[in-house]
Design a protein around this ligand. Structure first.
Ligand SMILES: [Zn+2]
Length: 292
């Protein structure tokens, strides 16, 4: 290579670098470059974005609720309680404690009686309003968040009253301004009978790949005492993943099971088309009492 050629190449390199400097230090880029940059940023964001965990407790209050509240207090975590209607002194004190300790409270129907509440939209609304009234008298406000007993595509209602009944319920409650939440991870303690705490931990920490927003269903009703042992372990698992614990609010991301009428209602993340798993990995395994 001659001196002349070397100098020419060096000069070209200098000019090329000089031209690139403004582009490097400004954020200017053409459409394709921006697209690539955006994708890279999104990938980085999705990999580094912390997991958000919404602990949601259904079917309380019960004695278990008191222990759950103790654990949450100790762990400095806010959660969500989808409660049913109970008027005994202890239950009333639990509603108050949930609200006083800054957890979210949602309506999960007064009676949780599938046959009665899913009979018609009117029947559901009457039952729902009964709990709204009780909560208003007890904690001073009516929640705007709710969870349908059995979830928004529960098969019991459909079998009993037809495929359309849940769509009608959803449409009606949404029109009234309520925000309903299903779940995408379950501790698997909805069924009758004892479920060991290690099973609950396995279920509650068995995350679908890439899931960054976890709405975790746990039952804190009577007989669900194994939650008390499982909950600190579940929390420790998510803390190990640097997850952020949040409570549900009106504008929180939602999990909605596909129910024939996909909807998107303000949320930032919608899992509207996610079919509900027919069985959670450990969900269908009943722990039968030991035979003597
Ligand atoms: Zn329930």
């Amino acid at each position: 290579m001659t001196n002349y050629e070397s100098m020419r190449k060096a000069l070209c390199l200098f000019v090329a670098c000089w031209l690139c400097v403004p582009a490097i230090f400004s954020n200017a880029c053409n459409v394709n470059e921006c697209e690539v940059k955006k994708n890279v940023e999104n990938n980085i964001t999705s990999k580094t974005k912390p997991i958000s965990v919404y602990l949601t407790f259904d079917d309380g209050p019960s004695k278990v609720t008191a222990s759950v509240l103790d654990i949450l207090k100790e762990q400095k975590i806010e959660a969500t309680f989808f409660v049913n209607g109970r008027t005994d002194k202890f239950s009333l004190s639990m509603y108050k404690r949930i609200a006083d300790e800054h957890h979210a409270i949602g309506n999960h129907s007064y009676t949780h009686d599938y046959k009665a509440i899913y009979k018609s939209v009117i029947a559901f609304e009457e039952d729902f309003n009964q709990l709204q009234q009780l909560l208003k008298e007890t904690i001073g406000f009516e929640p705007k968040i709710m969870r349908f007993p059995g979830g928004s595509n529960n098969s019991i209602a459909k079998k009993q009253y037809g495929q359309q009944i849940m769509n009608e319920m959803i449409d009606h409650m949404t029109e009234l301004g309520y925000h309903y939440f299903d779940w995408n991870v379950s501790a698997g303690n909805s069924q009758v009978g004892f479920v060991a705490s290690d099973r609950l931990v396995k279920n509650a920490t068995n995350l679908p790949l890439g899931l960054r927003t976890v709405i975790l269903l746990i039952h804190d009703s009577k007989g669900k005492e194994s939650v008390i042992d499982a909950l600190p372990k579940i929390i420790a698992f998510y803390r190990g993943k640097q997850a952020i614990f949040k409570k549900l609010e009106e504008n929180s991301p939602v999990v909605h099971y596909s129910n024939g009428t996909p909807k998107s209602i303000i949320p930032t993340i919608v899992f509207d088309v996610t079919p509900r798993p027919t069985a959670f990995p450990f969900y269908s395994k009943r722990i039968d009492p030991i035979k003597k």
